[in-house]
Design a protein around this ligand. Sequence first.
Ligand code: SAH
Length: 528
Amino acid sequence: MPSSSGCAMADSRLGRVFLVGGGPGDPGLLTVRGKECLEQADVVIYDRLIDPSLLRLAPPEAECIFAGKESDHRLLDQEEINQILVSRAREGKRVVRLKGGDPFVLGRGGEEAEALAAAGIPFEVVPGVTSAIAVPAYAGIPVTHRDLASAFTVVTGHEDPGKLQTLVDWERLGRSRDTIIILMGLGNLGQIAEQLIRHGRPPTTPVAVIERGTTPAQRTVVGVLADIETRVRLARLRPPAVIVIGEIVRLRERLAWYDRRPLFGKRVLITRTREQASVLAALLAERGAIPIELPTIRTLPPDDWGPCDRAIAALDQYDWIIFTSVNGVRFFFQRLEERGLDVRALKGIRLAAIGPATAGALAAYRLRVDFCPSEYIAEAIVEGMGQFDLRGRRILLPRAREAREVLAEGLAARGALVDEVAVYQTGPASTPEEALALFENGGIDIATFTSSSTVRNLVALLGDRARPLLSSVLVACIGPITARTARDLGLTVQIEAQEHSIPGLVAAIEQALADRQGEQEDGALSRS
Ligand code: SAH
């Protein structure tokens, strides 16, 4: 490309620095431009408050440097950071300086930009969602409101408000009625409250302090200027925290949403395969839970493809194919393809699926099922297939090697000729050490099981510790078969899905927690 200016040529040799705002904590609050910059980075220099998932957006070969600064304002650190920015850019690299919140809000981004400008390094600024506004928002506090506050001030609480020469005009803030948002102020909260009261804010002015806002660890303490320091001390809040002062804090009572989601902050163990975890993880996260993946099973091709291949070679002889899992669909069609065939080989065969997820997997091949029972277990298929005349009908069951006999036997009892072929098998996926560490470090609140094998495998992984460890968590099962396996293994099952599907499981967990919450409140009422 012809270059029209010397500057553009210098750019291509020089590399470039992107001062990117990483947002306040929730990785979903990174901007689209910020994501693009990370995806193209050669070097990423990041601060302490950056969520690790943002770093995974950078290419694996990118150099990631921890800048380690937070409220630590030692000049040398900043100088070192500036030097790294300049030197890496001079090597021709695309350098992302990833900062918490917005780079230019109390984050010394301005100084970094000055250093780059002075060194003649081209740079771009990618603004971010600042914690000053987003953290109150996630606590249900709008920083302005038509009736309550028409302006807000964001100030640093890092400097001692009692000292004679301060950069923050506490006197003016005390006199005004605007919202005050203080970052880095937890350590000086008592003095800040005192200064504001001394300069005219009523001691009854509402205050909220929000720790680790926009993350599943978010905690909020609400009080008034006169008592907030004591309340925060009793609740043992720690930085990072945003302090919000003003009448708008009262809105939280009605507008809290993030921390009122049904599963907020609950650590939920997902034991199904890594490929299948994501749907459940997403549904849980949407309700505020922290999904923790510990795949207990892994799916593998069967040891012997012989029976499946023979069935595939004779597909035209079958009247029905019944799929009992998404994995069954996945492996069957993979094998069909490997044998040089496609869906046309299924022409004329009727299809059944055990439930909507399996039917969905077939729909991905543009195949519509002729039957799907209303309860998603093998017994229900046998029952429901009763509406068809199965005498002398040939039925193919592509399934896991270790599947239950109920289905094949039940269908055979109705006169069908059933061929069961293994299209996959399951094996263990995690180590006992990994499993034990999860239960010990920070713990698990709820363990989910989506099949009998997930229960068996987790119990096997935990060994002797299985029953004691699982007795202190809520055990949630997708349906009666899985629940029975869990009980047979000595576990207490508190939650069993009415609808035996992933959304059904999540709904059951949500309901169970709501019921428990209700019971606790009833208990509190009857005590008072
Ligand atoms: N540039 C950043 C602020 C940097 S100063 C921004 O725009 O958000 C660091 C301070 O920001 C912390 O001490 C804390 O007061 C606040 N902060 C940042 N992330 C926070 C979070 N997730 N929860 C609460 N406070 C946070």
